[in-house]
Ligand binder design. Sequence first.
Ligand code: LR7
Ligand code: MN
Length: 583
Amino acid sequence: LGGGGKLPREGAAKRHLDDDFEQHEDGRHDDRSKMAAEMDRAPLRTYQRPYEDGKIEMKKIDWHDYYQIEQDRKRTGPGEHGTAVILSPAEEGMKQELYKVNGFNALVSDKISLNRTLSDIRHPGCKTKKYSDKLPQVSIVIPFHNEHFSTLVRTVWSVIKNSPPQLIKEVILVDDDSSKGFLKAKLDEYVKKNLPKTKVVRAGKREGLIRARLVGARVATGDVLIFLDSHCEANVNWLPPLLEPIAINRKTVACPFIDVIDYENFAYRAQDEGARGAFDWELYYKRLPLLPDDLKNMPDPFKSPVMAGGLFAMDREYFWELGGYDPGLDVWGGEQYELSFKIWQCGGEMVDTPCSRVGHIYRKFAPFPNPGIGDFVGRNYKRVAETWMDEYKEFIYMRRPHYKNLDSGDLTEQKKLRDKLGCKPFKWFMEEIAFDQPKKYPPREPPDFATGEIRNPVSNLCIDTQFRGSNERFGLAPCIKEHQGQGGEQHFILTWHKDLRPFKRSVCFDVSAKQPGTPVILFHCHGMQGNQQWKYNYRTMQLYHMVTKNCLDSNPEMQELYMNPCDTQLATQKWKFDHVNVT
Ligand code: LR7
Ligand code: MN
């Protein structure tokens, strides 16, 4: 192991893994013989979407595997029960190589058993919950690109160990053109020898995670598809709570609670006790507080507008009825929005299921270089916005004007699909599904007043905050647009709070005195207006400071900025934004 000898720490990593295999062997035998016996007893297929017509009454059973739980309770060893692993000083010194290529502490992973136990951190109500005795069989699809061996295999083991065997049809590992040597023959051999019902399929070329998931979904045969990232760990009895909502309504898509596996020491912990998934207008994923009813009904499933991304269960045929993923989405990003919007707008629904918990390693940093294809995330976002977001896409273009010029490829098929399925407008999604709490509209921030560079049209200089911090002054600089490579920070937002801030930072233009010549400084944005309240008059091109009633003025020779009494005749008080929202 360790990349065909490329990694200097190969020896160390290998030794840990071999230990694991042995440790693993013990537990595995009873897992497997028991599993085989149960598989024999399990009826072949009982799932016929039983509750759809309302004729069959649901019989609920306790799906917990108490034998396994008892075995697990007795386990000891590094990382068992989801505890942190602390490396010895010597090991600390050699963790870097594996860290660099994975973005997490893979040396720690190698010290932990491949079928370690986790702590049962579910809501207490989950321990006694019963679920339908008729649940669908699942195909679990796990795409991977250069995943670390032990985290990949542990993902599969956690699934096999914590699922009723008769519900697992297969586990499909999709190799998205990995270059690490051990992910080829060595993985195949390990899978064949050790992992029941598991197969490896290979994408053939780098497809990116979205098309890699499609590759897996195409060969899957189970009733339900479950997608996981390649560095996850499923917790106790995770499957029945995820499947029952789908058995009741095949157009329900269910997401587990996603817990955190610490990238440094592999400790397992909750990120929170539930949230509604959402997004902002730069399409950053956001978590909104639960609604009062969701809290009251805990730990029952609750509706969530947007999934986090990689971890969910969906009826296989329904997935294809919705066209799967847009195959034009490249490498990474945006697919969670595409599928979420599509599900809601085209007649499905999405729930989070608190009793189903799966851990995920959030990396410390992304270890993979861009495969040399430019801003694929931007292009993906544009595809999703153009296909699904109707007039709301303008909010995104306001935040990210350069998306307008990206070539996001042909969207005819996607738009045809939306027509064919008769999907609802995005406005409906925003008002009925994605609202904020308390229910109000618009759901998140209203649009900004103005964005982009702020240029003095006479001197042709731009305001530049030069990465200055709180309490610091800033000034003018040659505009970056014409002087590539100048550095600087020349992208601003006049937000709906009426403060003026450099893009993506939370320091604001602040003026605290009335005297002419008072400098403008940066100060932590408080959102309370006061010394940070500005108004832009796009006719006179002046930036007016409300409290002091002065205007932003400049000295182009000194490249300085300060406040002065407003005078529409003064060229030094004229400012032009890239984009002004004049509604
Ligand atoms: O080119 C690639 N090919 C792949 O097969 C790049 C990645 N992958 C695999 C990779 O091995 C992993 O299994 O795809 C999966 C996701 O990639 P990660 O783990 O590098 O990214 P991530 O954890 O940031 O992924 C989150 O965002 C992605 C956006 O496209 C996907 O939606 C992921 O599924 C999503 N992960 C989760 O939702 C886990 C929960 C936390 C979050 C966010
Ligand atoms: Mn991931």
